[in-house]
Structure formats: structure tokens, C-alpha cells
Design a protein around this ligand. Structure first.
Ligand code: NDP
Length: 464
């Protein structure tokens, strides 16, 4: 019999923590998990899932417009933010119950409490004051939106957390940031009829994505009526007597808005977690420092998911959890694999992407072939919508391996999953070409771009 109360104690009931707890329990381990807020974590409670529901909601405005070209007469439409939020909350409640049920079914002891480390094997359950011990501990407490303490008037701003629970839909919103969350919410609010201004400090939104897609998405958002202000930031936010806000830009412009939202990255939730007491080292931004196996500076304490400041994506946290269980409970040391992670930005149009961008490939390879197709998707022929789809394959000329695939257009996220398999498998361009097209689809372009659009030799663009 072990000297500890549990074989595994997981702190944090988000995607990573729940997966680690369930997998370990299903292997017969004695497992407890503590969650201070709601089971499901950022992804389910106030991230990916509710966001996607809001994305769907925001797409109807264009769908109603597009319907006309297909012969439909759509009567007067109206939108209820209150109803959307209530329905969204019901779905989130249901999912939370599913998470709990799955933990129960696996035999995990669930605790509704904040849990704090008091030593390498000791955890204090704050709700009861009880001290419990565990052989192994997993820190999976995730992160939270950066509140931007340096910004004067930051207390007036909302983050994505509050955006999911606004009492009413703002007529106008200023969003600071140019990453996933800023871009996704800017498109959601625009689709729901708000006046949206995106303020981003860099030259182009979505740093790290393929430049072509960044530029095309920027143009598409502007065409839909969004104001996108790059190379600018906010210097202060002031609340006016009528309760509305003034967002003061560094450029000197003052933007009037019902809400100002900050989406400037997320930071690890390690404050007052007892990491120092347990001897767990943190990085300079508060993230848990881990080795290739997600092990912290304390050998029996692991950290997975957003709290480690590695890749802040739900599937990555789940993968890290699976690797942890393999390593520790199945005697099969397994490092998480971060190579070639497909991802999507649920902007409108959507981005789906995997592998190297053109710029990254140009640095990595002597010669690169770019296959690029920009076209009006069939759906928009009759709808008359002036929106194009962009598809791009990045190929290492020497090996002919497709090292990157990037799509801007409807369902790009869905396509990214399948392209993720192809790019991860290291398929060559000839293998794409040998694949029969599915007709009529937009994605058939991916197997019918026979000649490079252009090449890059030592980073220099040359004709095909
Ligand atoms: P990101 O890291 O994606 O973007 C942060 C943005 O804020 C960047 O544009 C950054 O600019 C800007 N920024 C950072 N600090 C400041 C500052 N002090 N002043 C002004 N601007 C600033 O973070 P998000 O908050 O958008 O999202 C967090 C993470 O959540 C993402 O990285 C992603 O991993 C995950 N996520 C994934 C989604 C998906 O898979 N679809 C959806 C939503 C979130 P710069 O580029 O110049 O650094």
C-alpha cells in the first residue's frame, strides 16, 4: 500500500487535467482532481467551445444576405444576444456535466476546491482545509487573460471572459491585440452587427501565420466594414459620464465605444499556487518550467497545458496529458510531439494552417516552390459576395515534400485537420497530384495546382 493518499493528484479540471486524471484512473490508479471554478477549463467554459458557438451565431447575418442570390426572400430578421447567451450557457452546463460524469465513471475523486501545493507530495484543499498527499502531482491550472496592468484605465476593459457574459450586445467595440482571440472576437462582433475597431501594434495581424493569409484576411475584414488599425496601440481608456468609453490611441486618435476589449495574450495561473513551497521553478512570466516530458524541477510534479507557456492549444494540453500517463503509469517514456501542429483561426473567412509558412520555408530550405490559388468560391457566385478563397502549398524543391499548407476560406479549419495528416506524414507534391480531386469542391485546388506559382531561391522570389 502506498504511503500516499493518492497515486496522482491533479490540480485543475481543464482539458489537460481531466484527461490525465481519467486516463490514470482507468489504469487503476487512485486519482483525485481539484477544480476551483468549473470542470471543463478554459476551452469548455470560456474559450474554444463558447467562442465557436458565437462564431456560428455571427455567421447568420451573411447567410441571410447570401440567401437572396439563391432565390430566397428572407423576411425581417432580428437577433437576441440574451437568447444566444442563455442557449450557449445551457450547452456549456451540459458539457460540464459530461466532464464530471466521465471523471466519476473513471473513478476519479473530484473536489470542488482550490488546491495549493505545500510540498513535493502535499496538497492543501482550501475548501475543507484538509491536507492530502500524492505520489505524483500534475499542475494543470491553465492561464488567464493578461489584464494589461500597464494600461491606464485597464480596469474599464473587458477580456474574453466577460465577452461571453455581457448583459447586452455592444453597438461598438474597440479590441486591442492582433492574435487569435482579438481577430476571432472582432469577427464575431462584426457579424452580430457591432461597429468594430481592431487596434494592433504590429505591421500586420496574426503574427506567425503565413503573410499572404494575414494580408488577405485583413483586407477581407476591412471589406466587411471593420476598422483595422495596425502600428497603433492604446495609451489609456477613459470612462465617460454616460458610462461609455474613450479608447485613446498612441497615434493620438480617440475612439468612442460601448466596450473596450483586451486580447493581448494569456499568462499562467500560478499565483498563490504554492510552487515555491513545493520547489517548483517558474519562468520569468510565471509559467511552470518543464523538461521534454512535462516534468517540473520537482521530479514527481508535472505540469501540462497552458500553465507551461508552451503551445496554448487544447489538443496540445490533451496530448501532453496522454504523454504524461504513458511515461509515468505505463512505463513508456513519451515526449509530447510539437512538430507540425495544425491550427485554425475562426475568423471570417476562416484560416486553417499547418506546417511552415512561406517565410519560414524560405529560411529553412535552399529552394522553395509556392503553389498558390486565389479564387471566388462557388458558393459566392450566386450570392454575389465579393470574397475570395486562398490556398497555398509550400514545397521544399529538393525533396518535393509539402512542408506547409495554408487556407483562407470557408471551412478552412476542417480542411486543416486533414492537411495536418498529409503534412505530418511528409507527403510529396507528386502524391498530392496523384490524388483524385473531389468535384466540385474548393479543396480540389489542393490536388490540381500542377505548376508552381513562383519559387524562392535562398529567400529571393524568382519566376516559376
Ligand atoms: P496571442 O498570443 O495569439 O496574441 C496576443 C496579441 O496581443 C498579439 O497580437 C500581440 O502582439 C498583442 N500584444 C501582446 N502584448 C501586448 C501589449 N502589451 N500591448 C498591445 N498588444 C499586445 O494571444 P491571444 O490572447 O489572442 O490568445 C491566447 C492563446 O490562446 C493563443 O496564443 C492561442 O494559442 C490560444 N487560442 C487559440 C485559438 C484557436 O485555436 N482558434 C482561439 C483563441 C485562443 P504581437 O503579435 O506584436 O506580439
Amino acid at each position: 500500500m502506498s504511503q500516499y493518499d493518492y497515486d496522482l493528484f491533479v490540480i485543475g479540471g481543464g482539458s489537460g487535467g481531466v484527461r490525465a486524471a481519467r486516463r490514470a484512473a482507468l489504469l487503476g490508479k487512485r486519482v483525485a482532481i481539484a477544480e476551483e471554478f468549473r470542470y471543463g477549463g478554459t476551452c469548455v467554459i470560456r474559450g474554444c467551445v463558447p467562442k465557436k458557438l458565437l462564431v456560428y451565431a455571427s455567421q447568420f447575418s451573411e447567410a441571410f444576405e447570401d440567401a437572396r442570390g439563391y432565390g430566397w426572400t428572407v423576411g425581417e430578421t432580428s437577433f437576441s444576444w440574451e437568447e444566444l447567451i442563455a442557449n450557449k450557457d445551457r450547452e456549456i452546463d451540459r458539457l460540464e456535466r459530461v466532464y464530471r460524469t466521465n471523471l466519476d465513471k473513471a473513478g476519479v475523486h473530484t473536489l470542488e476546491s482550490r488546491a495549493v501545493l505545500e510540498g513535493p507530495h502535499e496538497i492543501r484543499i482550501l475548501a475543507t482545509g484538509k491536507l492530502v498527499t500524492a505520489d505524483r502531482i500534475v499542475i494543470a491550472v491553465g492561464g488567464r487573460a493578461n489584464p494589461h496592468p500597464g494600461l491606464e484605465g485597464a480596469q474599464h476593459c473587458i477580456t474574453s471572459n466577460e465577452a461571453f457574459h455581457l448583459k447586452r450586445l455592444p453597438k461598438s467595440i474597440v479590441i486591442l491585440g492582433g492574435g487569435y482571440i482579438a481577430v476571432e472576437f472582432a469577427n464575431i462582433f462584426l457579424g452580430l452587427g457591432c461597429k468594430v475597431t481592431l487596434v494592433y501594434r504590429g505591421n500586420e495581424i496574426l503574427q506567425g501565420f503565413d503573410d499572404d493569409l494575414r494580408h488577405e484576411l485583413h483586407q477581407a475584414m476591412v471589406k466587411k466594414g471593420m476598422s483595422v488599425r495596425c502600428r497603433d496601440t492604446l495609451s489609456k481608456v477613459v470612462q465617460k459620464p454616460d458610462g461609455r468609453f474613450e479608447a485613446h490611441c498612441q497615434s493620438g486618435d480617440i475612439l468612442d465605444a460601448d466596450e473596450v476589449m483586451l486580447a493581448i495574450g494569456r499568462k499562467a495561473n500560478t499565483e498563490n499556487l504554492g510552487c515555491a513551497a513545493a520547489g517548483v521553478d517558474l519562468d520569468d512570466r510565471g509559467g511552470v518550467v518543464v523538461d521534454d516530458y512535462s516534468r517540473s524541477s520537482v521530479p514527481n510534479i508535472y505540469a501540462i497545458g497552458d500553465v507551461t507557456h508552451r503551445v496554448q492549444l487544447t489538443p496540445v494540453a490533451i496530448h501532453e496529458a496522454m504523454c504524461f500517463v504513458e511515461t509515468e503509469f505505463r512505463n513508456n517514456p513519451t515526449k509530447p510531439d510539437y512538430d507540425t501542429i495544425p491550427t485554425a483561426v475562426f475568423s471570417q473567412p476562416e484560416i486553417g494552417t499547418v506546417g511552415l509558412t512561406e517565410a519560414q520555408a524560405a529560411k529553412a530550405y535552399e529552394e522553395v516552390e509556392i503553389y498558390r490559388a486565389s479564387f471566388k468560391p462557388m458558393r459566392h457566385t450566386l450570392s454575389g459576395r465579393d470574397e475570395r478563397t486562398l490556398m497555398k502549398l509550400v514545397v521544399d524543391a529538393a525533396s518535393q515534400v509539402v512542408v506547409g499548407a495554408h487556407i483562407l476560406g470557408p471551412d478552412a479549419g476542417e480542411l486543416a485537420q486533414v492537411l495536418g495528416i498529409c503534412v505530418k506524414a511528409g507527403l510529396t507534391k507528386a502524391q498530392y497530384d496523384a490524388t483524385m480531386a473531389v468535384h466540385p469542391t474548393a479543396s480540389e485546388e489542393l490536388v490540381t495546382m500542377y505548376e508552381p506559382t513562383y519559387r524562392l531561391k535562398r529567400g529571393e522570389k524568382i519566376a516559376a
